[in-house]
Design a protein around this ligand. Structure first.
Ligand code: ARG
Length: 477
């Protein structure tokens, strides 16, 4: 945003609406109230909306065919100027809408002045933001799918890789690494579903609400909605110009995506620390230390974790922006853009980087297995074994706790104890216990939908691939 400021031309005195005023606003007020520095990124959507509006005005006989032809030509030229970097953005013209309108009038004369008939910047900006957000959501859903593909590819390689599963960050029970990764697939699946649901409420047309009460011109809102690929129109003009729920919903969905990615990031950071040594990230996602030569720091996951705070902040900013706002449009709403834009940008970059980072993960299978071995991860299996032989679970739990104490004192794993040693804790223990006490025995026994047994994990990956190929991304530009 700072970079864009440079190319805004210096302040000039005439504004679009100055007719009613005795004195010009001060330079500071002009800067304070202007949004062109950041809302110029809506230019393409603003032009699309204006074209649809002008075509409707012409179809309804509100402007003539010559006016429409001139407007189409002029807006086409302006779009080119913007794309080529030749367009001069003027701070005194406040925002993207008035900048484009003024240039249009300079280019085509009176026809340009007729474009704003039956419209207000209030319904115009709401339309622009919705068009922008719809395109952003479609892009983001595509990026979530790409990351899910990367997760599946990695999970597929590790349906047999044993790792410790944790609760309280203490070794709990063994799982396979593929199963652990698939937990993140599920989170991202809900994220993609949430975003497509949010898209339904984004995809409604505010244009036609005008300033707040509708317009006295015989407009055709359905035609504009069709032209812009909106599903339908906003039903109430006051709500149409003042509603920002759709942006808040998006930011809430984005905050959840980031929350999920922050959890994965935290795990990657832990797993990469030499105390775990479970994985290594490709060098291109890490940095060294300027003072400690041995270090390889997981900067990218750390930044993802950090940027989650900023996205949560944007959500709270938008909620606070809307809190207690009276109907209908208030200038407060101009403040919706920077948090929204930054949420889209941050999430987009994070997802793009993540898919690539996952593809470059190297897994240290031996370290994962060794840690699972050291943590008495099969203690629950021993308790379940005793329960299945008739001991009430609470008593089984106590017997196993004693066995773990004994093993700990002797610095051995449960599976390394002899049968007579184990039998001290329960006479129900027999030779068949050893199959249960191994990591693989424990994992293979959890063989039901949602469990960590490798055939179940493979099946889950298969279902996930099917879901991915059937959930196509909507492709409206
Ligand atoms: N730049 C304004 C915004 O982003 C456009 C709408 C201005 N409307 C008004 N009545 N001043 O909200």
């Amino acid at each position: 945003m700072a970079a864009s400021k440079k190319s805004v031309a210096p302040v000039e005195s005439t504004t679009t609406w100055s007719g009613r005023f005795d004195e010009p606003v001060s330079e500071l007020v002009q800067r304070y109230t202007a949004s062109v520095d950041f809302d110029r990124r809506l230019a393409d959507y603003d032009i699309r909306g204006s074209l649809a509006h002008a075509r409707m005005l012409a179809a309804r006989g509100i402007i003539g065919p010559d006016d429409l032809a001139a407007i189409e030509l002029g807006l086409g030229r302006i779009q080119e100027e913007i794309h080529n970097g030749d367009f001069v953005w003027r701070l005194e013209l406040e925002d993207v809408h008035l900048n484009i309108e003024r240039r249009l009038t300079t280019l085509i004369g009176d026809a340009g002045k007729r474009l704003h008939t039956a419209r207000s910047r209030n319904d115009q900006v709401a339309t622009d933001v919705r068009l922008y957000l719809r395109a952003s959501i479609d892009n983001i859903i595509g990026l979530i799918h790409a990351m899910q593909h990367a997760l599946l590819d990695l999970a597929e390689k590790h349906v047999d890789t044993v790792m410790p599963g944790f609760t309280h960050l203490q070794v709990a029970q063994p799982v396979v690494f593929g199963h652990h990764l698939m937990a993140y697939f599920e989170m991202l699946k809900r994220d993609a579903e949430r975003l497509s649901d949010c898209r339904k409420r984004v995809n409604k047309l505010p244009l036609g609400a005008a300033a707040l009460a509708g317009t006295s011109y015989p407009i055709d809102r359905a035609m504009v909605a069709r032209e812009l690929d909106f599903d339908s129109v906003c039903e109430n003009s006051l709500d149409a110009v003042s509603d920002r729920d759709f942006a808040i919903e998006f930011c809430a969905a984005a905050a959840l995506v980031m929350t999920h990615l922050s959890r994965l990031s935290e795990e990657l950071i832990l797993w990469m620390s030499p105390s775990f040594g479970f994985i290594d990230l490709a060098d291109r996602f890490c940095t060294g230390s300027s003072i400690m030569p041995q270090k390889k720091n997981p900067d990218v996951p750390e930044l993802v974790r950090g940027k989650t705070g900023r996205i949560n902040g944007h959500l709270v900013a938008l909620l606070t922006l809307m809190k207690a706002q009276p109907l209908a449009y208030n200038k407060d709403n101009q403040e919706d853009k920077e948090p929204l834009f930054d949420t889209v940008d941050t999430l987009t970059d994070t997802l793009r980087i993540y898919a690539d980072m996952l593809a470059g993960i190297r897994v240290n299978e031996r370290a994962m297995r060794n840690t699972a071995m050291r943590g008495y991860a099969t203690a629950t299996d021993l308790a379940d074994y005793l329960t299945k032989k008739g001991l009430p679970f609470r008593e089984a739990h106590e017997a196993v706790a004693q066995a773990v104490r004994f093993a700990e004192k002797n610095r051995r794993d449960l599976s390394a104890l002899t049968l007579p040693e184990l039998q001290q804790f329960s006479p129900l223990i027999a030779d068949d216990i050893f199959a249960m006490l191994t990591l693989d025995g424990s994992i293979n026994s959890r063989n039901h939908v949602g469990g960590t047994a490798p055939p179940q994990v493979s099946a889950a990956i298969g279902r996930a691939r099917e879901w991915l190929s059937s959930s196509s991304t909507p492709t409206v530009p």
